[in-house]
Ligand binder design. Sequence first.
Ligand SMILES: Cc1cc2nc3c(=O)[nH]c(=O)nc-3n(C[C@H](O)[C@H](O)[C@H](O)COP(=O)(O)OP(=O)(O)OC[C@H]3O[C@@H](n4cnc5c(N)ncnc54)[C@H](O)[C@@H]3O)c2cc1C
Length: 490
Amino acid sequence: MKPPRGLSRGANAPPPSSASLAEPQVLPAAGKTFPTHVPVVIVAGGGCGLSAGLAAHDAGATALVLERDTVCRGSTSMSAGLIPAAGSKGQRAAGIDDTPALFVADIMARTKGQTDRAVVETLVGQSAAMIDWLVEAHGIPLQPVTGWAAFGHSRPRLHQLPNAQQGEDLLSALLDACGRAGVDVVTGARVTTLFADPDGRVRGVALLRPDGSREEIGCDALVLATCGFGANHAMVAANIPEMKDATYFGPEGNRGDGMVWGAALGADLRDMSAYQGHPCLAQPQGIDMNLEPLMKGGIHVNANGARYFHEVDNVSAAALRVIAQPGRFAWYVYGEKQFRLALGSPRAREADAVGAFRYGETPEALARAIGVPPDALAATIADVQRLADTGETCPFGRRFVREDRLEGPFRAVRVTGALYHTQGGLRIDGNARVLHADGSPLPNLFAGGGAAVGISGPGREGYLPGNGLLCALGFGRIAGTNAAKLATRG
Ligand SMILES: Cc1cc2nc3c(=O)[nH]c(=O)nc-3n(C[C@H](O)[C@H](O)[C@H](O)COP(=O)(O)OP(=O)(O)OC[C@H]3O[C@@H](n4cnc5c(N)ncnc54)[C@H](O)[C@@H]3O)c2cc1C
């Protein structure tokens, strides 16, 4: 068994000293008894873990969610809260003609066929039912965002809470739903140790409390929802070297623990180079700038005042393009229409409140405000306006349209490319069962969200917006349901 690359402690590490009890590890369950037993234990309380908790409850099992932070947040609460699904009731009511087959085709095209089609079909096939379940069974009023068919989605299929509410609201809504359903969510509970039989059956876990005390809990089935390894610099450097010096914009607790345990139990790891990058993290404010203004005529320019890529082609791959510019940054340029559109997002309003937007009545005035050559920026903006008027395609392959013409006054926010979350991880099947390299499942281990391999294939190119939360909430639901079935079967 090989530990994940970049980790000093893994499958065959020597027995831990007491000083290393805080590190993720798997110990033999032989002879152990647990003071408490819960049929389904779920490690971590982000979107995946909470969805798994709700699903396990709905399938008739008692479930317990253990979250290391003292408040549940995770990447889920940092996200824009946009979840794709094909054929939801909300889409149908909005007159959006979408099908799982179209969505699967978009994913396979974006990944160039380099992801597991059968798993994608299962996940996408239940995506609408997952949204409808959250809406109808758990009172989380997700709605389709009708303006969003870009970056590789051929239909508007992203769903969000009303009024462009973001990930914080989604996470709160999931927590409230857990509260209503009676799913226990324990925070300040950092799981460090799994206890397992030689065949990989997990018998229980140990967790560390903020005061240093330890507790042990037995279980019949375990769901790993610990997300990716973005906060583990050694793992990022080993698996995604192109992003090793990039800003990681995610929770510090996402250190790849699920992958360490899985590998120690003999699980296969897949697509460890996969990640979601993002080209629009406001710098130095650290605010995630929304993409709608970019889709509607906004542009990026570098420190020379020049455009340098097709801004709305591949959002994930674009992060690296920004980092490749002089000084590793770019300016996200808005005309008046794009700025008004930006302010629909609470995060852009926050950026405005802290003075992240620089202002210029004319391109030259904006150039002086942001310190780029005025002639160059004026020429870039004039060219984009001409392209919008003529409908010509720009040298990077982008088409601008007249209704989204970039008109002053102008604003710009300094942005960098960031690593938002990693997309590789534990190999799972369509039932969210964690698999060995030979394709056989581990006895009672499930995974989803960033802890499991996503549906983006390897590298930076395959991510379609929203597929992070689709994997989190979708596989969370599948994992919770199947873990409950296993646990209640006895
Ligand atoms: C700024 C930003 C915007 C994004 N926007 C979108 C979007 O709009 N749509 C989309 O689909 N995706 C988006 N993503 C990606 C998306 O947020 C993630 O793919 C998704 O939230 C992952 O969910 P998760 O439940 O797997 O992980 P998280 O929500 O990150 O939850 C993992 C949890 O595991 C806990 N944990 C880790 N180790 C342990 C341990 N040992 N014991 C106990 N707990 C542990 C962590 O504390 C954390 O709370 C965005 C990401 C970022 C950063």
